[in-house]
Write a protein that binds this ligand. Sequence first.
Ligand SMILES: *Cc1c(COP(=O)(O)O)cnc(C)c1O
Length: 394
Amino acid sequence: MTEPIIETADQVIANTYKRFPLVLEKGAGCTVWDTNGKAYTDFVAGIAVCNLGHAHPRIAEAISRQAKTLIHVSNLYYTLPQTEFARLLVAHSFADRVFFCNSGAEANEAAIKLARKYAKDQGHPQRYQIISMEKSFHGRTMATLSATGQDKIKIGYDPILTGFSFVPFNDLDAVAAAIDDKTCAVMLEPIQGEGGINCPSPDFLKKLRALCDEKGLLLILDEIQTGMGRTGKLFAYEHYGVVPDIITLAKALANGLPMGAMLAKEAIAQSFGPGAHASTFGGTPLVASAALETLKIFLEDHIVEKAQETGEYFKAALNRLKDKHSCVLDVRGKGLLLGMKLNQPADGFVLSMMEKGFLINCVQGDTLRFIPPLIIEKSDIDAMLQCLDTVLPR
Ligand SMILES: *Cc1c(COP(=O)(O)O)cnc(C)c1O
């Protein structure tokens, strides 16, 4: 069964992904099964998306109930799940208002547009430049790839949009030096995911916040990967004692249904008046009901606290593995956003682990990334690391 599916897919689907030779058919909790019935423990979670695992009964029920009630009417009207979800997001974050869209890139587009418009509304028509970080990842649309600090995703798409400048991550002096009379905002991931699980030094974001305040710049945090409990706090900014002006969310927001969101403080959100920005599908009743149920489960089941605790256990175990294997250069990350940097290409190990029934992935070619559902059990982590121990060279 697997062979014809892969052959057909390779003929008719745009070739933008180098896929693993694996056809996945169903999932439950932290396990997915292929079409041969082989089980895999999932440490990828659809790229940090399915935080409550696969086929969660309450989320399935919420989606099914909403599908039978109302799927979509557009944002010309008020709807209940969207309103209730926004209320909950605002109650549990720094923000006052939420703009809903359908993906991470769209959320970042909204943030970029809002930052530019806010500068104009503040009487700074010349300000449009956003300072971004090297090795950052903000998405694949024209604006968000232009904001991304990795050349490999820009090749072939000239002209890249102007209005973005790049500085090394975690380098406050470089940010200060990059600010000029055109700058309107600084935009970064609190922890870089695609860039190699790069954490800032403890006081970097605090100092950056102070610098932004001094210069009248917005601080935009891309929490698309770090948000929704992934790092052991609901939002990663909570680790660093800062209050951003704008954050963007997507990936895990609706546990697998496509949803993006941009959250902002009132004074800034005011720059998005009627007609200033829009999205047909943004926050449909269907997606919002899944997101609402997800966040309710988070709060009721203390998912974020568990992620923090499991993450510490996981990281300590990764560090023990590092001591055993000289090919491991570094273990990094927070909560259940963890990386293991190797002194050699990591993709072969990803394949070996897959053959042995564990899905992990790799970023930047040499860094294994572990982003399991937040409900992962310590026994699953033990089993995966026992296997990784046999796969990595001594
Ligand atoms: C995944 C990701 C994006 C892009 O999200 P899409 O939904 O794929 O558009 C942007 N920023 C960060 C930090 C991400 O991890």
